[in-house]
Design a protein around this ligand. Sequence first.
Ligand code: NAD
Length: 436
Amino acid sequence: MSNICVIGTGYVGLVTGVCFADLGNQVFCLDINKDRIDKLNQGIMPIYEPGLEEIVERNIKSKRLFFTTDYETALKDAEIAFIAVGTPSGVDGEADLQYVRNAAETIAQVVDHPIIVVNKSTVPVGTGDWVADIISQTRDSKKLDFSVVSNPEFLREGSAIGDFMNPDRVVLGSLEREAAEKVSRLYEPLRAPILITDLRTAEMIKYASNAFLATRISFINEIANICDELGADVREVAKGMGLDKRIGHSFLDAGLGWGGSCFPKDVKALAHMAVLHNSQPQLLQAVMDINRNQRRRVVYRLRKVLGGSLNGKVIGVLGLSFKPNTDDMREAPGTEIIHLLLNEGASVKGYDPQAMENAAKELPKIQLCDDPYQTAEGADALVLATEWNEFKQLDFEKVYKLLRTPVLVDGRNLWDSQYLRGLGFTYFGIGQGNHV
Ligand code: NAD
């Protein structure tokens, strides 16, 4: 059993805290957002994540899990403090480290016992050293016995608890082996491979992994676009490629491209780091360009099929979160497409199973609907942006009647094109051999 403090109760911090509590540790989860902490103390989850509520409740009852906004309370007995605050994109694509700085400074001000500071946030290579400097400088002459460990997180929103509890690997980086080993003991019950490296290597593993996954998606999207021109079907192409053990099947689904709170900012930050250190990240630039264009192609396609202009047209969009099973809309493909449509003078109706509260804030100019059918009603086209389960088996005869013009853009290759064309729809998938 260890005493742990987790700073930041977002998708990563909250899941990390509750999972470590569930593994038998005493955990204080801390956030500067009072509303978030008040909600958590009342048993209300500030984010949607399957399975989270139950595990929070169980650990609060067992008195292993506490929520607070007070650094002194949270760090009083902490042997290990995880920093899991946001690292959003700055103006130039660089990671904005103001929240990490603030967390590190406050640890240095509050703690007076030996402590291991673990960076779980995704941070640029070199940030571990920078955090160590901040702590030392903040303490000035009053020395603190501390070590810094990098422990990048690889969980995915929507399956975060399962991913945390069953990771493919745990990466720990430190210049002090003993500190990394102490943190590794927290993960031992998970029986996952644990890789201990130096600080900078661990930080780079996270960026390289996300950039590689984004590259796979942009790669298959580029192939999809070529398939459209040449009459091949990217779904079969991906299947045929994936059967090769050297390639594998994952992250080869053509669609509207990657989004979310991680890939866009991490690829940008890696490219920024590269340029700053005299490398030319040509592949990363192409990966980002392809992704941006993937959204634009939908608008181009709609404009073409709807008579050359979208001005005055009504477009329904199904799926506003960046992927299924989350309410997170950060850099969601659907949101980007909606902005492009609004810019062209279209009106937009939208629906999402979980992201409606966020959508009301993020997309004030669109009409939010109660379900897919209301979204289709009177629309000139229906665009599927996120492949939620509930969109898999719509009553398409009803959708056909509700739409003003029966145009479907299946941005996730979710639906049966043959069946839908049989019903009379003009159907577009991604890379299914339809010319743009
Ligand atoms: P988030 O935006 O959901 O949550 C961050 C939380 O930190 C917020 O609640 C905020 O109030 C709090 N915070 C900010 N400054 C603070 C401070 N000084 N003290 C205490 N709390 C503070 O972020 P997230 O999605 O959980 O991501 C956190 C980090 O983990 C990022 O670096 C991200 O790149 C990385 N990451 C995210 C995911 C993911 O799927 N979301 C996966 C892997 C890694």
